[in-house]
Design a protein around this ligand. Structure first.
Ligand code: XIL
Length: 342
């Protein structure tokens, strides 16, 4: 049994792929990805800082390799991401003197970037996360250089430019904590605003960086139903379930690999996950997939944020140097035993 066959009557099942994986440093990872999943998202390779690091420099090496690999292996590819406040170099927002760009100049720069990146893979990429993480937790628009320099309509322009650059691609809005009722209201307003202006938006991606006790899954379910009611596709785009304690305040971001006291508190399972915690993880995944399967008329894709526990960003976030177990595939690249119950 593979994940893609197990869920074939429900939704597409995907994974994020890293630069190292696609450029051949980890061939066994790529074999597992090809066997288990039917849709890929580049983990970092198409983000602005990677693909367009300097004003006149594009680096398409990893992105090109992934597009080609996906094509050769019948994997649907979702580009990630065209417009985001994070992993975007400072120069994007400045002129040659280091002064902030005008609205018109930044719009032009956004359009050129989208043309270069989305245009390059036109007809070879199934869909794009056009805008990522533009909302605050209370549903208002996040203050970023995009919103400050251009204004709230930067989102409309991003979708219009993406449509022009890749007219056949599906266009998505992607964000985290979209289960929260206030953020849900903001996302629905964003979708409806685009729809009312005749700007194409095809789907919403709910990142799902969950833990054993958060979020309350009924909120996730309510959000799936509410987003689907706007008429667009709903996708779970970045699923992982951390089993580790979530640090608060200044502990967030800390590298704990050399700090024994922090390790005892925040990295409790460096040598393997106790079976009772693994059972809890399985129960949690089962609860998530029960909801997703119940709404498989609305949910078109479920993408995990990584292939296996050996290489997941959660080993380094929200603290660095931990041993987490958030995915369905273990460090030996085997499906976890609870997967057959999902
Ligand atoms: C993460 C990657 O997994 C890390 O390798 C990188 O250091 C930071 O970004 N939301 C997103 C993803 O939309 O792009 C992020 O990916 C995780 C959170």
């Amino acid at each position: 049994l593979t994940l893609k066959t197990q869920f074939k009557d429900h939704f597409k099942i995907g994974t994020a792929i890293s630069r190292d994986q696609v450029l051949g440093a980890l061939p066994e990872d790529l074999n597992v990805a090809k066997a288990q999943f039917n849709t890929f998202t580049p983990e970092n390779s198409m983000k602005w800082e990677r693909i367009h690091p300097e004003p006149q420099t594009y680096d398409f090496e990893a992105a090109d390799a992934l597009v080609q690999y996906a094509q050769e292996n019948n994997q649907e590819l979702v580009g990630h991401t065209l417009v985001w406040h994070s992993q975007t170099p400072d120069w994007v927002f400045e002129d040659e003197q280091g002064e902030p760009l005008t609205r018109d100049a930044l719009l032009k720069r956004m359009q050129n970037h989208i043309n270069a990146v989305a245009g390059r893979y036109k007809n070879r990429i199934f869909a794009w996360d056009v805008v990522n993480e533009a909302l605050n937790e209370d549903g208002t628009l996040r203050e970023s250089k995009w919103s400050t320099i251009i204004g709230d309509d930067f989102i409309e322009y991003a979708f219009k430019y993406a449509k022009q650059a890749a007219p056949n691609a599906k266009l998505y809005y992607n964000d985290y904590n979209l289960y929260k009722p206030e953020k849900r209201a903001g996302a629905i307003a964003l979708i409806k605003n685009l729809q009312s202006k005749g700007i194409q938006i095809d789907g919403i991606g709910m990142q799902a960086h969950y833990s054993l006790d958060n979020p309350e899954l009924s909120l996730m379910e309510d959000s799936i139903v509410a987003y689907a009611a706007t008429g667009i596709d709903v996708m779970i785009t970045e699923l992982d379930i951390s089993v580790l304690p979530f640090p608060e305040g200044e502990e967030q971001g800390a590298d704990i690999s050399l700090d024994i006291a922090l390790q005892e508190r925040f990295n409790p399972y460096p040598n393997g996950l106790p079976s009772e915690i693994n059972t809890q993880l399985g129960e949690r995944y089962k609860a998530v997939f029960n909801i997703l399967k119940k709404h498989d008329d609305k949910v078109s894709r479920v993408t995990f944020w990584g292939i296996s526990d050996a290489r997941t960003w959660r080993n380094d976030w929200p603290m660095q140097g931990r041993t987490d177990y958030p995915l369905l595939i273990d460090r030996e690249l085997k499906l976890k035993s609870f997967v057959s119950d999902l």
